[in-house]
Design a protein around this ligand. Structure first.
Ligand SMILES: NC(=O)c1ccc[n+]([C@@H]2O[C@H](COP(=O)([O-])OP(=O)(O)OC[C@H]3O[C@@H](n4cnc5c(N)ncnc54)[C@H](O)[C@@H]3O)[C@@H](O)[C@H]2O)c1
Ligand SMILES: [Zn+2]
Length: 363
């Protein structure tokens, strides 16, 4: 593991964001809040893990999970901000997975028309994906994230040891986004993940999804997180509002979203299936080699992620993909892998063909 902290910077029209990664990085919080009117919201699973916070800092614990990403959840955050009298030059700190960060980010961007926001991701998925790039949001009924803003955290503080209490299921989910990110923009990260294939397999391929993972701390999380964050930050910097290159981050998600909703899968599982399907499809049409597709699928399987599925109701999946296109009012272009580190965006793909590739074992 790298010794000192790693600091990555991203500049968008909403300002500068710093991704700070290291062993004791959360210990820099007291300094950040000094002299400011701040409130900290944290997932209650982190209750015993936050030491050394200034006694004057109000800390509110919330139950993380999709059920907090609602209008009622947002109201709860606003109520605390009001009670604590947080002014527009105050500070909101959120500690948790993607659900707490998405919700608190939305509250931060609207309270006082934009509060400073510090994000402390505590799931792998949030450290790789949700904490970077400034998208905030809540769900409405069956719609995921229809209400949201772009409001990047000014600082993203990532302390890998805060993640070690995660159950195997959440490591798997986060690895789906990690592998996706490597395929999109980092051949080196992809190779490094492959170099740890045996280790990943022994920790994640089998085992109780609800249990903590023994020895998970021996993997080079600091290096992997830095590499993945760098890929996402580069894309966001180029295209903050997702008109072009940022869409690469949707790799595996076009089908993934529909599968998540229709088959009741975790987001990471659905993304893994979406990624496996487009990899086979890309190989079938010579966009990538069979070997590239095999490598991607192999890595997903090392991490205990599903790569084949015969959906209960194919028509329902096709409908959901089409509905996503309409709701977003734009092309939901498919993203196809070319080789580790390179993808093509805005590709036209027939959803049924993609679904056929989902059921295949090997190419
Ligand atoms: N804004 C973005 O760009 C973006 C990108 C990807 C995903 N997301 C959003 O992120 C959400 C998913 O994020 P998630 O997977 O982190 O979900 P989550 O916040 O629900 O966390 C998953 C589970 O882990 C628990 N948890 C959190 N930290 C823990 C820890 N250190 N130890 C033990 N348990 C812990 C949570 O309580 C929860 O039960 C979705 O709502 C998705 O829409 C947003
Ligand atoms: Zn995702």
């Amino acid at each position: 593991m790298s010794p000192g902290p790693t600091i990555l910077k991203m500049k968008t029209d909403a300002g500068v964001s710093e991704y700070e990664l290291g062993r004791n990085i959360v210990k820099t919080l007291p300094e950040a809040v000094s002299g400011l009117n701040a409130v900290l919201f944290a997932d209650n699973r982190l209750r015993d893990r936050l030491d050394d916070l200034p006694p004057s800092l109000p800390v509110v614990f919330l139950k993380g999970g999709e059920s907090i990403k609602t209008m009622a959840g947002l109201q709860t955050i606003y109520d605390h901000l009001r009670r604590c009298g947080v002014p527009r030059d105050g500070l909101l700190i959120a500690v948790g997975g993607g659900t707490i960060l998405d919700l608190c980010g939305l509250a931060a961007s609207t309270w006082g028309r934009g509060l400073d926001f510090i994000a402390v991701p505590t799931t792998l998925l949030a450290a790789v994906d949700a904490s970077v790039g400034g998208k905030t949001g809540i769900n409405l009924g069956e719609l995921k994230n229809p209400v949201g803003t772009f409001h990047p955290a000014r600082r993203i503080l990532v302390q890998p040891d805060l993640l070690y209490s995660l159950p195997r299921r959440e490591w798997r989910n986060g690895m789906a986004e990690m592998i996706k990110t490597a395929v999109i923009g980092s051949a080196a990260l992809f190779r490094d993940l492959e170099a740890h294939a045996d280790d990943l397999t022994s920790k994640l391929a089998d085992g109780d999804p609800r249990r903590r993972v023994a020895g998970i701390d021996t993997l080079p999380w600091q290096d992997w997180l830095a590499a993945a964050a760098a890929v996402k930050m580069k894309l966001v910097e180029k295209d903050f509002r997702e008109h072009g290159p940022r869409r690469a981050l949707n790799l595996g998600h076009t089908l993934g979203h529909a599968l998540e909703l229709s088959q009741g899968l975790d987001h990471g599982q659905a993304v893994a299936l979406g990624l496996a399907a487009v990899s086979r499809l890309a190989a079938a049409q010579n966009t990538c080699t069979t070997r590239t597709a095999d490598r991607i699928i192999g890595l997903l399987e090392n991490c205990g992620l599903p790569t084949t599925l015969r959906p209960e109701n194919k028509q329902a999946v096709v409908k959901l993909v089409e509905r996503d296109k309409k709701t977003l009012g734009e092309r939901v272009g498919w993203v196809l892998p070319v080789r580790p580190g390179r993808v093509l965006i805005d590709q036209a793909v027939d959803t049924k063909t993609a679904l056929d590739h989902l059921a295949e074992r090997r190419i």
